[in-house]
Ligand binder design. Sequence first.
Ligand SMILES: [Zn+2]
Length: 238
Amino acid sequence: MAAATPLKPKREDTMPRSSTIRYTCECGTEFTSPIYQTVNVTLEPHLLYQLLAGLLNIAICPNCGRKTAAALPFVYHDMTRGLFAYVHPEADADEELRERLLERLRAIYDEAVAESERILDQRQRASSASATPQPRLRHHTPGGELAARLEPDTPPMQVIFGVENLIALVDSLLEPDERLGRAALSARGTEPVARERILTLARALAERLDLQIETEGVGQDFTIWLYGPRSRVSLLNQ
Ligand SMILES: [Zn+2]
């Protein structure tokens, strides 16, 4: 049986953006949740607010609301604000783990640079007659922090330990209007039918204002949060 010849892979194929993970909650409910390996907030701005709200790569049980952190590393890319980072979930990673991780990233970096050089070299030879200048690789020697410039517009890659440290850094780069805003639609003490109605209303509002929704608690403690950039959340109060 002949194996199918793979088509030339697109960028998305070589670097998975997210995968679906199956969870079994302590309450017995089975559910799936997307976990991102690559978070590009320029292409998917809502992920920026998921991060700021502490909900990125957090699985929430649809039955009891219990939250579980995926605790997996991911690559964070903000093309507008020039932030490109490898985020390791452990904020208190010990020296040995940090060293091991940096070594591995350096090896990946060296491989990627060698591969890019090979491709650029081939292209240069193929188009040596053309007058179009070819992109040049800028070399950085990875030292204490890892630096990668594989594409002209890619800022150096930072390594960040702990999602909370990424959140602090990202928040510091935002304009006051872009910072996280939250508004609660309380459904406490209402009947299930009324809660469903409030949730439907919240979804419509969220869609209209391009905001995200988080539900908290179940039964009598049910609360709906709308969150996103402060400038848009403030429209709810008008
Ligand atoms: Zn549960």
